[in-house]
Design a protein. Sequence first.
Length: 249
Amino acid sequence: MEDLAAQYLDAAVGLLRRVGEEESGSIRAAAGLIADAVTAGGRLFATGAGHSALPAQDVVYRAGGLALVNFLAVPGAVGVDTVPAPLGSALERVDGLAAAVLGSSPARAGDVLLVVSLSGRNALPVEMAETARAAGMKVIGVTSLAYTRDTSSRHSSGTFLKDHCDVVVDSKVAAGDAELEADGVPVRFGSASTVVAAAIVQAVVAQAVGLLAERGAVPPMLRSGNVDGGHDWNERLMAEYGDRIFYQY
């Protein structure tokens, strides 16, 4: 029997290695946008739909993460908890939904929006980035440029997420998001986009934290609630930065 588990892990590591070697400049540029916004009193938002919501959520209210990152949720399109599940995919293709969500959010000029979308072809990520930039926000896109070469846009403009970002980090994931094949299996399988995108957003945040420290600013970092003193630390942090944290009521 083939060791498909090992093949999958090797494929994921290979993608991560490519990102590290080829996207380091983009990661540093994205981190610079975040550090600039934090220094200037701006706020940070992350968003994604379907499985692309998972990497965006991974840097929100996260132990060892920046407390200022807020998740911008699109009702019905986050994760796979929508029933029926295909409805979530359909919502990604609805024109105008992104503008309505962003317009009702606390996001404003000078803030940073990180948009995660593997294909970057649907109306939701395209319009989210386009609307945010028009409102004076900086936009970071985490997407696969392979999709822009191998698929067509589903937005009326014919554009992709990458066309509306200040910085784009390419996940290197091939169109179809399936790294493996095996005899007796009719399609490729082994999705790696979530692993890679989560690593990218964590790398961007880590680099931003380092930049803030270099500038002499104390990054507002959350601690784990599962270590002694963690809750007290986080409560003090949220009180201090309450005007920039929107997942706390």
